[in-house]
Design a protein around this ligand. Sequence first.
Ligand code: AMP
Ligand code: MG
Length: 491
Amino acid sequence: MTTHFPFSNSYVSLGDTFHRRILPTRVAAPRLVKLNRPLAAELGLDADALDSTEGAEILSGNKVPEGAEPLAAAYAGHQFGNFVPQLGDGRAILLGEVVDRQGRRRDIQLKGSGPTPFSRGGDGRAGLGPVLREYIVSEAMAALRIPTTRALAAVATGEDVYRETALPGAVLTRVASSHIRIGTFQFFAARGDDAALARLAQHVIERHYPEAAAAPHPVRALLEGICARQAALVARWMQVGFVHGVMNTDNMSIAGETIDYGPCAFLDAYDPATVFSSIDRNGRYAYGNQPAIANWNLARLAECLLPQLAPEEGEAVEIAKEALSGFAEAFNTAYFDGFRRKIGLSERQEEDAALIQDLLKAMAEQGADFTLTFRGLGKAAEAEQADANLRALFTDPAAYDDWALRWRARLANDPMGPGERQAAMDAANPAVIPRNHLVEDALAAAMGGDTGPFERLNEALAEPYLDRPDFAAYAALPPARERAYRTFCGT
Ligand code: AMP
Ligand code: MG
């Protein structure tokens, strides 16, 4: 048994302009609330050894493991459209990187581990509620097979954090393929530090886009690669009804993973105008705006890369525009291919986009639950009796009937066999998502000292594509109170 971490750090070597070396601040009484054993094993860590007093010491930041080179990373970012030249890890500290069992480099970061030079007056801490919320939702995203940061552990600190009221404090151990953001590039661009920008681009190519190194124009290939991954990512969000909530450029990972779970939440009833975050008053980050915002963020990244795209500005802008146009193309393809799978089609036909859009329009007008509608279609594709369940989700069931007629005509022209279709649809339409009421109930119980509901919810979310009778309650419609659900930034 050993609590050894096989660190192999690279970001620290980029130099002082990229980060500040800083140790986590000690906490009073660390207590492990949750350890992600399968993830620990994936990382080559000894879960039994970490599930201990010493493990809690390490995962709270009280004990810095050998080989760690703790640092807070510098970055900038557009927050709700306004540029802030200096943000950085204000309450997170990177312990270091490990190469996992599959040879992938992964960051191990403590979030809520005390102030850093980038805290800008904040306390550097996190509350237990937001930490457990990030644990639930990020692990649910991973189980949905959506690229995401992961949660290795949640540790209660035994100290209070002060927001509107005193709340129990906690530290989350976050695992990511890196924590490099669009805002990391913006930090150096804002300072005109071309040498650092070139070093950062080189690091990102080696670490995340090795295929770009061999391209005729590696930085152009890098920008195209980032656009493609963001397009694929946001399309996946749209297909499960995920609203990130705070798509500032500092919250968009260069590696194309979902990162910074603050006010995020999932749609119940489908409505593209849905905004959960209490601070997003103008709906900038509404569900339906997410593709356009991702595109806008990528344009900010492209601006940072201009000096590396071509020596002459006009030429650089042309290259950037072309790369950015790849985003819309890749997004549309990924979006419609995904929704095609969700409605049971295995081949592309021109009319499919209209069929999909008309379903979504009817769902929005009729207040249909996003997850249950698509999951229900899998059953209805095989047996028309299942239409009764679907009709009940629409305020006016006739809206479903009209659409279903067209859908069945289209299914008849698709080569997928009847036995195959439901299985294919079930693999594209989760039965269980972290619905807001489930998450809130689990957090409320955990704050009262009972982590049973939190554990059980994690279990329910671990196999989202299966119908499991034991977890039927987790797949059901939410109570009506959810209609005005609001989230708050995890600060
Ligand atoms: P976010 O939008 O939550 O990702 O955070 C935006 C910025 O605020 C980041 O630079 C964070 O590190 C910083 N920040 C958020 N909460 C705190 C806190 N409690 N203490 C210090 N910095 C914080
Ligand atoms: Mg952030």
